[in-house]
Design a protein around this ligand. Structure first.
Ligand code: FES
Length: 574
């Protein structure tokens, strides 16, 4: 029984009855060495661990799982660790995003089929966060998230290096012939120096922060560096807290509503977070029954300034952000934009969690009257090229290009881009607009981070470092440049992007939130009639399932059969 409200624990369906099946379950616990008093009547806490030898950001998760267990035991629970898909952003191809929904499905089913009363989700490397949360929201058992935490700042000679952001920067220098083999090798050895996630405000840091703003982590958890002893203490505290959450029946459905998602978007905008967060937040909201659209992001972006001075938009790195007070301090400056009454995993409201938070370094978390940018981090654009919307991160772009009209150069897919981009005969100038097709949810498939199209090498050598680039792909949260992303509907399903031809004039007007293809409607209609869908990349297996089931970027790219619908019954135990 749940001691506080006498609700039977879900796990007791497996362990409680005096019947043959329950005998089997109990005897197998004895086989594992657990006596009756260690399990009986205790909340069973599933620890879903995304550790693997090929997830470099989660190498500390075996230790952290032990610390979580310590906390669960201390609070009177029974911890069980269950490995789930590790989604390594670096090593998985074509992209970890291709497998986000598979992790969501695995999470949902791992929780459904096992005798679990509450769940602690261990993730951090980009897509592990939404994948775990999507499944947990659907299952709606009490759940708390343990973020992996950022890695230490990188270093090369006297330069502090940021994940991703400085890779792109120094790679461009190398392509331009300004960086030798020796220097490049030194950067390779110094850019990732510890366990933990990318330490810029990339997708991992953004998703950890929005998870905290949603109320699903302990306060301040999202920025604690992975190797900090406070991270181990936070792990144990999460273990303790989830046991009480089971006793309080504090489930995602009691924590999440439209106001919670507004809080997450406020945090995202003030952090100038990764554009990827938009797709993931829409997917999470739809799982929670909240009809979140791109328009909500744009409305909040007009009200919330960028206060976090973090790369790629700013200067500092995640350990600086943590030392400056972390997310509670940032949110403390934004109270007028937040729904402070939203409940959180602590059992207290968000406002109570951040009541005493203060900014300790105003260079890193800027005062409201000295923002990094007056408007929030991500803008939503529309126009005849993106009827369902697309996104851009203006702070990461060359301001000169935010209002730009130029002729298109179209690459029909990524291999075409790789083949022709650095061809010396390609007629390209800094004024051209580079357009990549077949980078979307169905076309690639899985929306790889191809959206920061490289600058052609011959332009790099001329000193060009930014151009307008447009695609239906995503870009890494650590990337920068005038990149218009997530164009929806995508080219592979016949979206207008598929109708662009070399030389067509494209107008980008970020102030007016507009992306326009200057081609007469009759001509577009003619091209539409001639358009033929590209052959699907997969004709069987998971790839085929993905192509058939994924929604578009503006809908969150969830699988249709996994979106919110009729509740699935609890498994029969017989
Ligand atoms: Fe894991 Fe960046 S590669 S968070």
């Amino acid at each position: 029984m749940n001691p506080k409200d006498a609700t039977p624990l879900r796990s007791q369906r497996w362990f409680g009855p005096d019947d043959l099946r329950s005998f089997g379950h109990r005897s197998r616990l004895r086989q594992m060495g657990y006596g009756a008093s260690e399990v009986e009547g205790k909340p069973v806490i599933g620890i879903l661990n995304t550790w693997s030898d090929l997830n470099q950001c989660h190498t500390h998760f075996r230790e952290r799982a032990a610390e979580v267990k310590r906390g669960v035991w201390q609070a009177g629970g029974f911890p069980v660790e269950i490995p789930v898909m590790a989604l390594s952003e670096m090593f998985m191809k074509p992209t970890a995003m291709f497998y986000r929904n598979l992790l969501a499905l695995e999470t949902e089913e791992a929780l459904r089929c096992h005798p679990i009363d509450g769940v602690l989700l261990m993730g951090g490397c980009d897509k592990t966060v939404p994948g775990l949360l999507m499944g947990a929201i659907t299952m709606d058992l009490p759940a708390i998230f343990l973020p992996a935490g950022p890695m230490l700042a990188g270093r090369w000679r006297d330069v502090r290096l940021g994940s991703g952001t400085d890779v792109w920067k120094y790679w461009a220098e190398r392509q331009a012939g300004c960086l030798g083999d020796c220097e490049w090798r030194e950067i390779e050895e110094g850019i990732a120096r510890s366990p933990g996630t990318c330490m810029t405000m990339g997708t991992a840091s953004t998703m950890a922060a929005v998870t905290e703003a949603l109320g699903l982590t302990l306060p301040g958890a999202s920025s604690i560096p992975a190797v900090h002893s406070a991270h181990a203490r936070m792990a144990a505290a999460c273990g303790m807290r989830i046991v009480d959450m089971v006793r309080e029946d504090l489930k995602p459905s009691r924590l999440l509503n439209a106001d919670s998602f507004d809080n997450a978007i406020v945090a995202d905008m003030a952090l100038c977070g990764s554009t990827n967060a938009i797709i993931h937040l829409i997917a999470l909201a739809r799982r929670a029954g909240v009809p979140l659209t791109l328009d909500r992001f744009d409305a909040i972006s007009k009200q919330v300034p960028v206060l976090a001075n973090l790369r790629p938009a700013g200067e500092f790195l995640m350990e600086d952000f943590h030392d400056a007070g972390g997310l509670p301090a940032l949110l403390g400056l934004l109270k007028e934009h937040l729904h402070l009454d939203r409940p959180t995993v602590t059992g207290r409201a968000l406002g109570e969690n951040i009541a005493s938070a203060t900014v300790l370094d105003a260079r890193v978390i800027r005062p409201v009257d000295q923002p990094l940018d007056q408007a929030g981090g991500t803008f939503v654009l529309r126009g005849n090229l993106a009827p369902e919307g697309c996104v851009i991160k203006p702070t990461a772009a060359d301001p000169r290009l935010l209002h730009h009209t130029g002729p298109a150069i179209v690459f029909r897919d990524y291999p075409d881009l790789k083949r022709r981009l650095d061809d010396p005969t390609l007629e390209v100038t800094a004024d051209h607009v580079l357009v990549l097709l077949s980078g979307g949810p169905q076309g690639a498939p899985g929306m790889p981070e191809w959206g920061m199209l490289p600058i052609p090498r011959k332009l790099l050598k001329q000193g060009v470092r930014d151009m307008v680039r447009i695609s239906d792909a995503r870009m890494s949260g650590t990337s920068y440049g005038t990149c218009v992303l997530h164009v929806s509907p995508e080219s592979a399903v016949g979206g207008p992007l598929a109708l662009v031809r070399d030389g067509d004039l494209i107008e980008l007007n970020v102030t007016e939130r507009r992306l326009h293809l200057h081609v007469p409607e009759e001509e577009l209609a003619r091209r539409r009639t001639d358009w033929k869908a590209p052959a699907p990349a997969y004709r069987r297996g998971y790839g085929q399932l993905f192509i058939q089931q994924t929604t578009q970027a503006h809908e969150g790219c969830d699988f249709r059969f996994l979106e919110r619908g009729e509740p699935i019954p609890e498994p029969a135990i017989h």
